[in-house]
Design a protein around this ligand. Structure first.
Ligand SMILES: *Cc1c(COP(=O)(O)O)cnc(C)c1O
Length: 508
């Protein structure tokens, strides 16, 4: 088939967007996961090999809409999908994402005379810094990434660069750079044998980042309190920091993914970490993929516990945040903020490519993204962030998060009183749960038989979807409320009806 302009015009036309939106609303009325038949039909429709001629635009469009789309899940569209932390897509972000695809800007070099895209990206980062109540003066360096995993890679890479350089200074080297010398030579010159990442129940992607960066997954260590795995044991932390043959990055779980609880409870906790890390030349990276959005809340009695748990995060060296979770922009989008302007450039500079230099930039303060992040060519994923923040402002996001937290707390209190279920961690009282629950609830069934298939039984109802996980060796379920379409009254009724029915069935 010939590729011609008519095809391009019909894709960009509003008609197709309307058609897509209509189909996007319909398939999930009967459930959140696709039926086995839809999956089988979609699988059978996939061609075994590339056809010589192609079937053309119209036929391929119909194939996608009628064969493939019905086999998608409703994770982002259905407000009762509580698996992972999936988020939804705000109308403004959806609009902007379609603009991104249509105009297909490549945001890699700051070329202010060629496109406004890098200016918009820089502005969007500033709006995010405002949203998160951080100071622009300290947090002007950052970039958009594909997600929190990529941001964690950036954070550990910058921390590795910094901590090894400081170790090198003690050994008489003024400016060792891993980006320049490589890890092995830089560590040898610094007189150290490794880099360690100290944390409390870090997200799995932190170990992945350590693997990618030559730090090693086994060098990501928990330094948790004996009685509370979510909090740092400062004495253990200090004894690890004292090891003179290691460079150290401290990773703060600002929102632990299973429980939604925070590693720090107040600003003083971060100050204590900062003091220790300054003493031993360590870097502090905050993984705030979803937790950092707690800073959107006001310090009201209802939300003070969450707001305080994100206080002091401004003392960190770098911060990871996700766009496709609580910000409710489409996949894929994350962001990385850093207080040290040069660190990312030391690692990620795309050196020696004269044809990619920005030339005489009118705004030299905007760095070319290709020098501070993983990719060279990049999607304009900043535009949906920009548009949704311009559209709904701080109040819009605060309102959504408040509703998500209220629903989570209603569910946690209801589960706490339920004869068949436990809320986790079990050490928390009902009062503590009502103050400390963020937008997710971790729970299990008391009876092993009920617990074994709990996630499956819940998800089989097709009325809601939860993630199965495990907590202290026992399987558990997690309800993560992250969609902007949350409605406390409607959704509380749905959740409790499903969980009551499952507990009741098990008893009969
Ligand atoms: C989800 C999550 C990640 C990984 O995020 P991706 O966007 O899937 O890459 C990292 N850290 C935390 C705390 C998370 O919740």
């Amino acid at each position: 088939m010939e590729l011609n302009d008519i095809d391009a015009a019909s894709v960009t036309h509003g008609q197709l967007q309307k058609e897509l939106w209509r189909t996007a609303q319909s398939p999930w009325k009967s459930g959140i996961l696709p039926s086995a038949e839809s999956l089988a039909r979609a699988r059978a429709s996939l061609p075994a090999h590339l056809s010589q001629e192609g079937i053309g635009f119209e036929a391929s469009k119909n194939h996608v809409l009628t064969d493939i789309v019905p086999a998608f899940n409703g994770s982002s569209i259905c407000p009762n999908y509580y698996g992972f932390i999936t988020g939804g897509v705000t109308p403004a972000a959806l609009f902007a994402d379609n603009v991104v695809s249509t105009y297909d800007q490549n945001v890699q070099v700051h070329l202010p005379e060629h496109s406004i895209s890098t200016d918009v990206e820089s502005c969007a980062l500033g709006l995010l810094v405002d949203l998160l109540d951080l100071e622009r003066g300290n947090w002007h360096h950052g970039t958009f990434t594909t997600g929190a995993t990529a941001s964690n890679i950036l954070g550990l890479a910058c921390g590795r660069e910094y901590a090894i350089r400081l170790a090198g200074m003690k050994n008489g080297h003024s400016a060792l750079s891993v980006g320049d010398l490589g890890l092995f030579e830089a560590m040898q010159a610094a007189g150290i044998s490794g880099v360690q990442v100290l944390s409390t129940l870090p997200h799995s992607s932190l170990a992945k980042a350590a693997g990618v960066l030559g730090i090693g997954r086994s060098n990501v260590k928990n330094v948790c309190q004996e009685e509370n795995p979510l909090k740092f044991d400062l004495a253990r932390l200090e004894s690890e920091l004292q090891k003179s043959d290691k460079a150290t990055i401290v990773a703060v779980s600002c929102g632990e993914v299973n429980t939604g609880h925070f590693a720090t409870s107040r600003k003083e906790d971060m100050q204590a970490l900062r003091q220790l890390c300054d003493k031993y030349g360590a870097w502090i990276h905050v993984d705030g993929a979803f937790g950092i959005f707690g800073r959107v809340l006001e310090n009201s009695a209802e939300f003070a516990s969450i707001r305080k748990s994100c206080d002091g995060i401004e003392l960190a060296d770098s911060i990871t945040g996700d766009g496709h979770k609580l910000l409710n922009v489409p996949y894929d989008c994350g962001f990385f903020l850093c207080r040290h302007g040069d660190e990312a450039n030391n690692v990620f500079q795309n050196a020696n490519a004269a044809y990619l230099t920005a030339g005489n930039s009118a705004q030299p303060s905007i760095p070319s993204p290709l020098n501070i992040g993983i990719e060279n060519s990049r999607r304009f994923r900043a535009l949906p962030v920009y548009t949704t923040l311009v559209a709904y402002g701080k109040t819009g996001y605060r309102g959504v998060l408040e509703r998500q937290i209220r629903l989570a707390r209603m569910v946690a209190a209801w589960l706490f009183d339920h004869p068949a279920y436990n809320v986790l961690p079990e050490s928390l009282s009902k009062e503590q749960l009502s103050e400390q629950t963020y937008m997710s609830v971790l729970f299990s069934a008391k009876e092993d038989e009920l617990n074994k298939y709990l996630a499956k039984n819940i998800n089989d109802t097709a009325k809601m979807f939860v993630s199965g996980t495990s907590w202290q060796g026992r399987s558990a379920c997690r309800i993560a409320i992250s969609n902007w379409r949350v409605n406390e009254v409607r959704d509380f009724a749905i959740i409790t009806a499903v969980l009551d029915a499952i507990a009741g069935n098990a008893q009969n």
